[in-house]
Design a protein around this ligand. Structure first.
Ligand code: NOJ
Length: 491
């Protein structure tokens, strides 16, 4: 197995920290368990507050389809998915759930599940085909119609401005490692905020910046499919600059907007009690969880490299950290699973973080072979609560892939998704009882959809989708979630 980035094999690194499309756990890989609290995953009932926002989450490329309709330009995901060999089964998002045309029915489904918040993303190339210049009215109209439909249904629209679909033209000019993207992205955010701000007041600037920089530019596993550690580190800095500038541009449109980002997070646990492993786990936490948060909230990078962060490589210029700074109104957390971390001697490039990640499989595995360990969610939320002095948190994603399909009566019995969600919400309730300031939870996802490099081979939806004819069936978990969203009572 090739040992690369930060001393992790590609599959370990992707598998554990990503929270996105990855390969599954690796049988036979062991980790020391250390001392575990008694029954760390024990279920504790919880009554959520009345104003808690129950939600569901989706993303443009994963559900919209209509990839070349109404003036939409090509994105890096169109290019990547159209390259045979990149996505399982040669699947593409060309049609996906066709939500571009079926959005009214999809909002109706969300309403049936009693949700108060719908997180979706805006496809940048629908707004500016090439990522620059004048906006495309037809693209904006789609999001206006979507937002109107949500508002009529009394559901809050929570719009993510970047969920991985960079206009291809900007990638041709260098993509996220190119500092010029800061200006392009800021312009786009301003256009979106101005055009949609009468309907949408809650914004996530980025979705999972760690994932789209590392998986896209270092591992080649996602668009644009490059393998270049130096470019990746540059990209992380450009993304941080963009986040700060976009924050200011959106706030300038209306200071009352609520603006944050959605970060992939994993509780990073040392593989043993050895001091080196504990230090490695802290570095993994710095990179996986804080690399795009600390620059915004504190104006500096957390220490993720044992021999010092590679600022020169990242092209950090004087004055940059002031630009990265942005007092986000909320921290969005996408949570799927924990990471076990062990120290290795620090190498160069990918291995310069001096650590190695292991999948944990002490708990049951989902059909994606991701470990179910709700206590790690509690630990992570509490850690962020401590380290950032009780910030406002929105859980922007949490969910699981199980492949249950309709039975002979046309019902989709998916008890394992109910058990998973109940466990993670119990952990969240515990964190709230212990002081975490959490105001929403968005289940990933409303619909089964295009799961990036896994294509349609994973199903995360509360609603089952037949990708041949776009039939939708609410799964048992969907009905269960709907009742919970109505009562707020997790019993
Ligand atoms: C995180 C990503 O934001 C989302 O796009 C993806 O489908 C889920 N994780 C599941 O992997």
């Amino acid at each position: 197995m090739a040992a690369r980035t930060f001393g992790m094999s590609r599959r370990d690194f992707l598998g554990v920290l990503a929270g996105a499309t990855t390969v599954g756990a690796m049988p036979g890989m062991v980790h020391a368990l250390g001392t575990l609290a008694a029954a760390p995953n024990a279920f504790v009932p919880h009554q959520f507050p009345k104003d808690f926002m129950w939600g569901v989450a989706t993303a443009a490329y994963q559900i919209e389809g209509a990839w070349n309709v109404d003036g939409k330009g090509q994105s890096i995901w169109d290019t990547f998915a159209h390259t045979v060999g990149k996505v399982k089964g040669a699947d593409t998002g060309d049609v996906a759930c066709d939500s571009y045309h079926l959005y009214k029915g999809d909002v109706e489904l969300a309403k049936k599940l009693n949700v108060k918040s719908y997180r979706f993303s805006i496809a940048w190339p629908r707004i500016q085909a090439d990522g620059t210049g004048k906006s495309n009215p037809k693209g904006l109209d789609y999001y206006k119609r979507l937002a109107d439909t949500l508002l009529e249904a009394k559901v809050r629209p929570l719009a993510t401005l970047y969920h991985w679909d960079l206009p291809q033209k900007l990638q041709d000019a260098g993509g996220w490692p190119n500092r010029e993207v800061v200006g392009r992205f800021t312009d786009y955010c301003e256009i979106a905020a101005k055009a949609l701000g009468d309907r949408i007041s809650d914004w996530c600037i980025f979705n999972e910046p760690w994932v789209f920089t590392f998986l896209g530019y270092d591992w080649g596993a996602q668009a644009p499919g490059l393998r270049d550690f130096d470019a990746t580190m540059k990209a992380t800095h450009v993304v941080n600059l963009s986040q700060g500038q976009a924050f200011r541009a959106i706030k300038a449109v209306d200071g009352k907007f609520q603006v944050g980002s959605a970060y992939s997070m994993s509780n990073c646990e040392p593989a043993t009690n050895r001091a080196e492993d504990k230090a490695a786990a802290d570095r993994a936490h710095a990179m996986a969880n804080l690399w795009f948060l600390e620059p915004a909230l504190k104006g500096n990078y957390p220490t993720a490299f044992p021999n010092g962060n590679p600022y020169e490589l990242m092209d950090v210029k004087s004055g940059d950290m002031e630009l990265c700074k942005a007092p986000l109104d909320f921290i969005g957390i996408n949570y799927y699973r924990r990471a076990m971390v062990a120290a290795i001697p620090a190498g160069t490039g990918d291995a310069s973080m001096g650590l190695r990640n292991f999948d944990a499989f002490e708990g049951p595995l989902t059909d994606f072979a991701w470990e179910v360990w709700p206590d790690s969610f509690y630990q992570l939320v509490m850690r962020i609560t401590r380290e950032y002095s009780k910030p406002v948190i929105e859980i922007t994603e949490n969910g699981c892939s199980y492949l249950d399909s309709p039975d002979t009566k046309g019902r989709v019995p998916d008890q394992r998704r109910i058990d998973y969600t109940r466990g993670y919400l119990s952990a969240l309730g515990r964190a709230m009882k212990d002081g975490a300031n959490v105001r929403s939870y968005h289940h990933w996802s409303l619909l089964d959809n295009f799961e990036w490099a896994e294509g349609y081979a994973q199903r995360f939806g509360l609603v089952w989708v037949d990708f041949r004819d776009q039939r939708r069936i609410i799964k048992d978990s969907g009905y269960w979630y709907g009742k919970l969203a109505a009562s707020g009572n997790l019993a």
